[in-house]
Design a protein around this ligand. Structure first.
Ligand code: GCB
Length: 675
């Protein structure tokens, strides 16, 4: 099938006008634009207004002349509540005293999943509340200075968390993978002689309305199971790692502070536009100094307004890796909230800003108005010992492997990854499809109101956290839900509409493995993302069916929707070191063959409407035990220890070739490079 490439473009910065946009007509940056460009910009700003629906911000904690950060990484005290109802910790108020005074404690690293830290199988598979605790020395000037806000922030904890400081409950949060925080300055000042004792209880129990969903099953047949026996059933294919997965830290701001910043960018010819909006707290009459700096630290635009448009002459756009000789260019937007007369200090926050646009046509994905082909991977936050805990060496190693592979993109399958990872993507030009934890929505009860309400909140939190990352080009609201069930229609219509209202500047999708004719969510997405495992879960051992089945898959989806398609998963398990020729399943040769057979079809279809291919998976990862898994999922092209299988070399050759064809290769063109 062929199709025209000049069809309707959906600009994700182009929706409607509003009072907000009209306020900016007087702006110098706008006055200098040609009428048609001006219209695009006005629309862009109107869309931007909708992106600010949330009340408070969740800026990544950064040090500045007005802000300090104290990381609480290291060894915490830990106890799993093994009481039958897992409620002893609350009944006996473990948070009121030192944890060691209420029972035995063990050492537990933070950040890390607790599951693989000890030799105890019951902790590995523990379900219920676990308790973390540590005492912190807070700098005395933080306490002495009443003009300092002290905030505790948890990067993520899985799944439900309650936080106490010196026995006082300061916050709770539902959901893993996303940050939460609380102001604790006033509490600490109540008794400055006390050390700051932080207690965090975390519960990994999943239910039908959590994301991801799960079900606790109680086994009551005492001829088969001991008294009180229960298991956690899940509908997703990764180990339900739990604990405090990302850094816990204290940070300060002045009382009047920069609470949130939203940027939306555009460009016209060689002029870049940064539309920004700053919101503040506790500042009755705020005055600002806003400065945009280039990489060299030179001021290139400035303003004194809380919102506006900054114009950049001879703009350096943010380009993906392998699409430009200078990918991942970031400006710095320094926001200074000037102290009111008589008040103590300014607040300073500096946000990295990449200037780029994203558009989708019926056959293409455009970044900076040029076709972008996703040649990338799906990942997991997963490794030996740490489970899902953030780990810098692993993170940097993974980026080196991505670049070695020639991958220009990944999907955050199947939950939001650490902000530190997205910051790396921004800097290195790795394009991201940002997925929420909507994985395993298989039971019809998980389409109910409670589930949908929570899912909408999770999207609020995700967009609030990640809206300013240039690397994030699309939101994924779910992975492989039961999209053929009748309630899926209303569910996805509502969810996708809400996400677009939160952020009209990016396309929205979800990842499907449903039948193209019966999928009830597909009508609402901007890009069709399909997973398929021909010759693995279907026709196992028969890779010869791949060309015909994959071709049919693409023709069916495109024929029905005329939307661009990403092959969002494909692959085969290979146990590293297992060989056979002719290839049989689970060998490195079979994995290679499956990949190559898929690639042949991609090469035909990418000339038409296929806009990307993301291998399942970057690396082997841990799963629940089961007859389908050999110590985890082995579809990685790298082992869990990040050593390449034969498939990695196939992919490397292909991705570098694709980069040559679809992008502009930098002069170095060879890995390793200095980026
Ligand atoms: C899928 C899922 C992914 C699994 C993969 C597999 O479709 O989206 O979570 O791990 O298949 O290997 O079965």
């Amino acid at each position: 099938m062929t199709s025209s490439r000049s069809d309707i473009t959906t600009s994700f910065s182009n929706k409607s006008t509003s009072n907000f946009s009209r306020n900016f007509v007087g702006n110098t940056a706008l006055r200098m634009l040609k009428p048609e460009k001006l219209f695009r910009c006005l629309c862009l700003f109107a869309a931007f207004e909708a992106a600010c629906l949330l009340d408070t911000g969740m800026l990544f904690p950064r040090e500045s002349s007005s802000r300090e950060v104290k990381e609480l990484n290291g060894v915490w005290n830990f106890r799993a509540d093994r009481s039958p109802d897992r409620n002893q910790g609350f009944d006996a108020a473990w948070y009121k005293r030192r944890l060691a005074e209420t029972g035995p404690v063990i050492d537990m690293p933070v950040p890390a999943s607790y599951n693989d830290i000890t030799q105890d199988p019951t902790l590995r598979d523990f379900i219920g509340w676990v308790w973390y605790e540590r005492e912190v020395v807070v700098p005395s000037r933080w306490i002495a200075d009443k003009g300092t806000r002290v905030v505790i922030r948890v990067g993520s904890a899985h799944y439900y968390s309650v936080v106490w400081v010196n026995g006082v409950r300061v916050t709770e949060h539902k959901g893993g993978h996303l940050p939460f925080e609380a102001e604790i300055g006033a509490l600490l000042r109540k008794d400055p002689t006390q050390p700051c004792r932080i207690t965090i209880a975390v519960n990994n129990t999943l239910s039908l309305d959590t994301l991801p969903p799960g079900v606790i099953q109680h086994m009551t047949d005492h001829t088969k199971y001991p008294e009180g026996y229960f298991v956690q059933n899940i509908y997703f294919d990764f180990f339900n790692y739990a604990g405090i997965h990302r850094p816990v830290l204290l940070y300060t701001t002045p009382t009047a502070y920069v609470d949130d910043i939203t940027v939306v960018t555009d460009f016209s010819d060689n002029t870049g536009l940064v539309k920004y909006k700053v919101s503040v707290q506790n500042a009755a009459s705020a005055t600002f100094k806003i400065t945009l700096m280039d990489k060299g630290g030179h001021c290139i635009a400035s303003s004194s307004e809380p919102s506006g448009v900054l114009k950049i002459v001879d703009v350096n756009l943010w380009w993906p890796y392998l699409m430009h000789e200078n990918p991942g260019y970031l400006y710095s937007l320094e926001v200074v909230l000037l102290a009111a007369e008589g008040s103590a200090s300014n607040d300073v926050y500096t946000l990295p800003v990449g200037i780029r646009t994203v558009d989708v046509t019926s056959t293409q994905f455009l970044i900076n108005k040029k076709p972008f082909y996703f040649h990338g991977v799906n990942k997991h936050e997963d490794s030996d010992i740490r489970g899902k805990g953030l780990d810098w060496p692993l993170m940097v190693k993974d980026f080196n492997l991505l670049k070695w592979l020639g991958a220009n993109s990944f999907r955050t399958s199947h939950y939001p990854y650490a902000e530190e990872i997205l910051q790396m993507c921004d800097r290195h030009g790795i394009v991201v499809i940002d997925e929420c934890p909507g994985v395993g929505i298989k039971d019809i009860r998980s389409f109910g109101n409670a589930s949908l309400t929570h899912h909408l909140v999770v999207m609020d939190e995700l967009v609030r956290r990640d809206k300013n990352h240039p690397s994030v080009v699309m939101w994924s609201v779910a992975n492989e839900p039961a999209a053929e069930m009748p309630p899926a229609d209303y569910y996805f219509k509502t969810l996708i509409k809400h996400t677009k209202e939160l952020d009209p500047t990016r396309p929205v999708t979800f990842i499907t493995d449903s039948n193209y004719a019966r999928d009830k969510g597909a009508p609402y997405v901007d890009v069709i993302c399909v997973n398929s495992y021909f010759s693995w879960y279907h026709d196992p051992g028969h890779p010869e069916v791949i060309p015909i089945q994959l071709n049919t898959q693409f023709e069916n989806w495109y024929g029905k929707y005329q939307k661009p398609i990403i092959q969002s998963e494909y692959g085969a398990d290979a146990v590293p070191g297992l060989h056979s020729d002719p290839p049989v399943m689970f060998t490195e040769e079979y994995q290679k063959l499956v990949l190559q057979s898929y690639h042949n079809v991609f090469d035909q279809k990418r000339k038409q409407y296929v806009i990307g291919e993301l291998i399942w998976n970057f690396a082997d990862f841990m799963t629940t035990q089961g007859i389908m898994r050999v110590v985890g999922n082995k579809k990685g092209v790298f082992s869990r220890q990040r050593q390449p299988k034969a498939a990695a070399f196939i992919l490397k050759e292909r991705y570098w070739r694709l980069a040559n064809e679809t992008g502009k290769l930098p002069a170095w063109t060879k890995y390793p490079c200095s980026l």
